[in-house]
Design a binder for this molecule. Structure first.
Ligand SMILES: Cc1ncc(COP(=O)(O)O)c(C=O)c1O
Length: 469
């Protein structure tokens, strides 16, 4: 940190300078010793001691509203009905070895198929989103007899080699990892980040037009595409125009390719519909869900595929040890029941709409906000430096996220200046209003003063800050 620059309001420039973080120091030091470091995850901000509802509490007793949550916390942390279901299940049937089945797994598969907008389907479970993506890729290869895929630059689909290959983030695909899976073709996404978009909006029609044109070219020149894979709504969020996915569907149909939706962050109500694809009236061939499916407690993901794609019985598609784990399945069933009983999808839609309206008002009053976007409870605010500041948007976003964290609200901030808010589906209108009031205050505080330039090592520092997922 440059010694002669002072942050207004005693604003710390690194997370461990935050006044209340001292109670975390011991655990953070042990974490640093015990874990392999990796981009996007380390170093950590704090050690969490308690999680309940929309709240997290760290080792120093600092309590904060979690508007990030890795998109796992749809029903809030520690939902009692999910905990009870898990405990009951553990007592009666804690595990099912492969080649046996069990009622919770079957019931969950049936329930997901019923909810799925893709028509008649069949399911496989995995323990995480990345593994489920691998299953979807294998199905696409076997079903079409082709191996090439089209996905988007900038996308993230998981950490396995297949998922990494279809992912389009430069940082995930360095040369040192060696060759990735062949045939993973990429086209520009239907959005641009604030840094890439220049004077045009991130979610402008123009980007979607270009994306579709590129995709059409690849289909026409390469021809033998097995599948297009994408998030119907990028979770940051970036939202394509209504015509985009129907056009992609038509291209897939014309060229005999499958359409695979990665709904790992967006599925199960986050966007105000059970599946984000429902906003576009498009039927996917395969949908992958994960994250929140385990109720924010247990890891489980699912691949839901058209019945016609049940064509690989000779292969170990997703021969995972926990493929029919009754406890994770029970957690998922309880989660879906809570979403249904408490009308959480409706709540996400309503609270999200009001929040987006409020964000637009906030944007009008703040010269450092360049735009806002949202669908359900996925909300984003793009920020830039004030006129007199020569800061990069990522520094501004990080400063805002840190100030909000001090006030007890955790959001994520990307290096290109996007603040992402992803609230649990349980959030009340009042809680959301409080969070947005705090955001407005922080934006106001930032105005007359120069925020401190953060050196690049610090800017790359912790966890959610680099990655709005
Ligand atoms: C869009 C998307 N796909 C796939 C994944 C991978 O899921 P998991 O972390 O459960 O492997 C993620 C995780 O952040 C994601 O955001």
């Amino acid at each position: 940190m440059p010694p002669n620059t002072t942050m207004p309001n005693n604003m710390p420039s690194t997370w461990n300078e935050l006044s209340f973080t001292s109670g975390n120091a011991d655990l953070l030091a042990r974490d640093e010793q015990a874990f392999l470091r990796q981009s996007g995850s380390t170093p950590c901000i704090a050690a969490i001691k308690h999680a309940e509802g929309i709240w997290l509490e760290d080792a120093s007793g600092h309590r904060f509203m979690d508007l990030h949550g890795n998109n796992v916390h749809h029903v809030g942390y520690g939902e009692p009905r999910v905990i009870q279901a898990i405990m009951d299940q553990m007592r009666s049937l804690p595990f099912t070895p492969r080649r046996f089945t069990d009622e919770p797994a079957i019931e969950l598969a049936e329930k997901l198929i019923k909810l799925w907008p893709g028509g008649s389907g069949k399911v496989l479970f995995a323990t995480g989103g990345s593994d489920a993506i691998e299953i979807a890729l294998k199905i696409a290869r076997v079903a079409t007899g082709r191996y090439k895929t089209i996905s988007f630059y900038g996308a993230y689909h998981g950490s396995g080699f297949g998922a990494l290959s279809i992912g389009g983030r430069h940082v995930d695909r360095p040369a040192e990892l060696g060759p990735l899976v062949p045939g993973a073709l990429h086209v520009p996404a239907y959005y641009r980040s604030p840094l890439e978009s220049g004077t045009i909006a991130c979610d402008s029609e123009e980007w979607a037009v270009q994306s579709l044109a590129s995709m059409r070219t690849v289909f026409e020149r390469d021809g033998d595409i097995a599948a297009v894979i994408g998030e119907p709504i990028r979770s940051a969020p970036y939202i394509p125009p209504g015509w985009f996915w129907p056009e992609v569907r038509a291209l897939c149909d014309a060229h005999g390719a499958l359409l695979i939706f990665d709904e790992i962050p967006t599925g199960l109500g986050k966007t105000g519909k059970m599946f984000a694809s429902e906003h576009f009236g498009v039927r996917p061939d395969i949908t992958v869900v994960g994250k929140s499916l385990g109720g924010g407690i247990l890891p489980i993901a699912a691949v839901i595929a058209s019945t016609a794609l049940d064509c690989a019985q000779h292969l170990t598609l997703g021969h995972y040890t926990h493929e029919k784990n009754p406890v994770t399945a029970r957690a998922a069933l309880a989660t879906l029941n809570v979403i249904d009983q408490d009308r959480l999808v409706e709540n996400a839609r309503n609270v999200g709409e009001t929040a987006l309206h409020r964000l637009r008002e906030i944007a009008e009053g703040s010269p450092i906000v360049t735009s806002v976007r949202g669908k359900g409870l996925l909300l984003a605010v793009d920020v830039k430096a004030g006129d007199q500041d020569d800061l990069v948007p990522g520094d501004v976003a990080k400063s805002i996220a840190m100030k909000l964290f001090q006030r007890g609200i955790s959001i994520s901030a990307s290096s290109d200046g996007v603040l992402s808010l992803s609230a649990p589906l349980t959030i009340t209108a009042l809680e959301m209003a409080q969070a947005l009031d705090a955001l407005e205050d922080v934006l106001q505080e930032m105005l007359p003063r120069r925020v401190q330039r953060l050196d690049s090592a610090e800017a790359a520092e912790p966890l959610s800050i680099s990655n709005a997922r």
